[in-house]
Design a protein around this ligand. Sequence first.
Ligand code: AMP
Length: 224
Amino acid sequence: MNILIFGPNGSGKGTLGAKIKEKYPVAHIESGAIFRENIKGGTELGKAAKAYIDRGDLVPDEITIPMILDRLQRDDCKGGWLLDGFPRNKVQAEKLDEALKAKGIKLDYVVEILLDRQVAKNRIMGRRLCANDNNHPNNIFIDAIKPNGDKCRVCGGALSARNDDQDEAAITKRHDIYYNTETGTLASAYYFKDRAAKDGFKYVTLDGSKSVPEVLAQMLSALA
Ligand code: AMP
């Protein structure tokens, strides 16, 4: 099963992706996480991407598109994938569509998480990353997933905030990109929405204002 997932930063995409992976044999490919790993590892790719990420800008397509298309060729993607964070603009959408068609790979689902922009912003500013597992949900502004003091609510690991999550200008920039329906991320989601019937995949929308278990339930019933 091959899935594209769209949602603004703060909509719970990453957490949802990790849960879907527990249920279906898909590789969870997160473009942002690939960049963060490369930055941590001090690779050339990481060095090239860091300044863009810190500002909340998109990493240039010349770097991002080949990185993702290469990633989708790895063995763990043979049984299917859930692609999260890519495409982020219309050019990436066109290139992905082209590359998949050239390889005869079919999309099964395109999922869009609907969430109000202000709600998404509050969620981002409150989220904390667990040192042991990125997908342990911790958010100081959401009662259901409040950390245990300054420790991860799931495993007690050390928590930190992402640099780009505490910078309001960077969040605004990321959301300007996401909510842009002409050239931005929503334009790339709608690119696929327009092709769903013709190309034979389902376009599904989820109500992202609900709790993670509720959004997960919506998604699982859509995939069933
Ligand atoms: P995320 O973890 O999805 O919020 O991504 C963090 C940052 O990585 C974004 O703000 C961008 O700077 C960069 N990034 C992630 N995915 C892409 C993409 N598809 N195209 C360009 N930049 C990206």
